[in-house]
Design a protein around this ligand. Structure first.
Ligand code: GLN
Length: 550
């Protein structure tokens, strides 16, 4: 019988529910359990694919091509849970499915209502993950208790325990204990209210995980336990981690959360081994190198917009024993201030994916700077397309070369729409999406990194390198080193005559883990460490961007 853990959040958003859920998943796996993870999001968009990164942060793409919430990135980085379309449902998807059933006449003349039809649909989405091979399904409910749009989800998880049996369900509520400096106290009232709201709709949390800046005293824990109707040992402290998010599972284990969960839910207790995570943190704390990486993008000021890229850089930093200082730079600022002023002092430059014209020229200027100064360059998706535009314009001298995404009538469309995209008008879920095979060329940086002939990476784009220019690019020194198996879709370009210039049409950042850093990110960081060794520490520190960060 599969056990179900539901994770809800209270008091404020951005408490780190995703990270906490992923940490619970990791700890349970270390108890020898098979875990599946899932997120239910109360917004009405069918998926986050059509949302601006300002609204939602990064869109995390799975192998099967589904465009999902960025918390699924935490799930993949922390656990081995297989993730598919069934791992992320939104209100939009739930209603769409119910309405389609209604149109097909499946409700046999009944009035279709939130209870039971929407709640049944939600419960089905949870049931889908339970099978003989799965010990635990962890379902995280997005949003904050008290939001109108979360109600059907909370009602559904309440009903769920009636179907699955109370003994098979565990409710964990993540909440905040604000610290009032003036009073010198942690305040428990918002938590009491939040739990009160949950209890009003019939959900009694079994465990409270309390986010806090300060240690929770025994008296405060007693108070929370009493007012929220949970045993004292079920009030777990989750203090802010100053050093790294990878400390979270270790801290939760120190507070015995994993033992509490397995005993409450009736699963066998094993001695979990998390030595590899201790080693990871040890390596992180004791770097032997230091590198500065500029990530030049359109949403640099948004900390979640390139989440998986930042994580992947960190993973590769740990593997290379390098402290990676990541500096997000708005590409528009490069247009105003110039690449020289902002980018000198960096050991590597990365241009991530993106859509739309804003800041494109700043990206192109940054790539030119990296190419001419022999600074390691890593281009991802739009960062590959802009690298081709830059090379076309400045090396091959194809005047006004561009992508037709930005200049429909460019005389040199070095990046153009994929054939399969030409007649598509809908925006949602219609890009080239998900895992695709790619064949690597011998003697390329890519092959050296991957040490494989064929790889599989995830895609999310509509445009692609224009094959008509392939030979011309190669003749001038930019080569296609990875293609689709039929050779028709260029997936990787490189400049062999540069210390490390690799740009890829896919998104390697979705497959990097702290304990298994992505090979291209590893290669990139290794190249930046080399560059730092060659140039030494004497080069002026990048003052311009330091002021930007304040
Ligand atoms: N806008 C580009 C395209 O659609 C790049 C997409 C991306 O970077 N994810 O092809």
């Amino acid at each position: 019988m599969t056990k179900h853990i539901f994770v809800t959040g209270g008091v404020v958003s951005s408490l780190g529910k995703g990270l906490t859920s992923a940490s619970i998943g990791l700890l349970l796996e270390r108890h020898g359990l098979t875990v599946k993870m899932q997120k239910l999001d109360p917004y009405i968009n069918v998926d986050p694919g059509t949302m601006s990164p300002y609204q939602h942060g990064e869109v995390y793409v799975l192998d099967d091509g589904s465009e999902t919430d960025l918390d699924l990135g935490h799930y993949e980085r922390f656990t081995h849970s297989p993730l598919t379309r069934d791992s992320n449902y939104t209100t939009g998807q739930i209603y769409l499915s119910v309405i389609e059933k209604e149109r097909r006449g499946e409700f046999l003349g009944k009035t279709v209502q939130v209870i039971p039809h929407i709640t049944n649909e939600i419960k089905n989405c949870i049931h889908k993950l339970a099978d003989d091979e799965t010990d635990v399904v962890i379902t995280e409910i997005g949003g904050t208790v008290g939001d109108i749009e979360s109600q059907p989800f909370l009602e559904a998880i309440r009903q769920f325990s009636l179907d699955a049996g109370k003994e098979n369900c565990l409710y964990i509520h993540l909440t905040l204990l604000p610290y009032l400096r003036a009073a010198g106290e942690l305040k428990t009232k918002p938590t009491q209210h939040s739990v009160g709201m949950l209890r009003e709709i019939g959900v009694q949390p079994d465990i409270l995980i309390c986010r806090t800046e300060q240690e929770i005293s025994h008296e405060e824990r007693e108070k929370i336990a009493l007012f929220c109707n949970v045993p004292l040992e079920s009030v777990i402290e989750e203090k802010d981690m100053e050093f790294s998010i990878y400390e979270v599972p270790i801290a939760l284990r120190e507070h015995k959360l994993d033992e509490l969960i397995v005993s409450k839910i009736g699963l066998p207790k094993n001695e979990p081994n998390i030595d590899d995570w201790h080693e990871l943190l040890h390596d992180m704390r004791n770097p032997v190198h230091e590198v500065n990486i500029a990530v030049v993008g359109k949403y640099a000021e948004h900390k979640d917009a390139y989440k998986s890229i930042y994580e992947s850089l960190d993973h590769a930093g740990i593997r290379n024993r390098a402290q990676v200082r990541i500096v997000p730079i708005l590409s528009e600022v490069i247009e105003q201030e110039g690449a020289e002023r902002l980018l000198s002092g960096f050991d590597g430059i990365l241009v991530p994916g993106g859509f739309g014209n804003r800041g494109i020229e700043g990206k192109i200027q940054s790539i030119k700077y990296a190419r001419e100064r022999n600074i390691p360059y890593f281009g991802i998706c739009l960062g590959m397309q802009t690298a081709c535009i830059e090379f076309g314009r400045n090396v091959i001298e194809l005047e006004d070369a561009h992508s037709t995404e930005f200049e429909r009538n460019t005389p040199h469309p070095v990046i153009c729409l994929l054939d399969e995209q030409k007649n598509i008008t809908d925006k949602g879920g219609t890009m080239r999406l998900g895992a695709q095979p790619c064949i690597l060329k011998d003697e390329s940086q890519a092959k050296q990194c991957y040490e494989a002939e064929e790889i599989s990476e995830r895609h999310r784009h509509r445009y692609e390198f224009n094959n008509q220019y392939r030979q011309q690019f190669a003749a001038h020194g930019m080569e296609v080193t990875g293609t689709s198996p039929d050779g028709m879709l260029p997936e990787i370009v490189e400049i062999p005559d540069h210390p490390w210039f690799v740009a890829v049409q896919f998104h390697p950042e979705f497959k990097s883990k702290p304990t298994g850093p992505h090979r291209l990110f590893n290669g990139f960081i290794a190249a930046t460490v080399e560059r730092r060794k060659i140039r030494g520490d004497n080069e002026p520190k990048p003052e311009a961007w330091e002021s930007l960060l304040d």
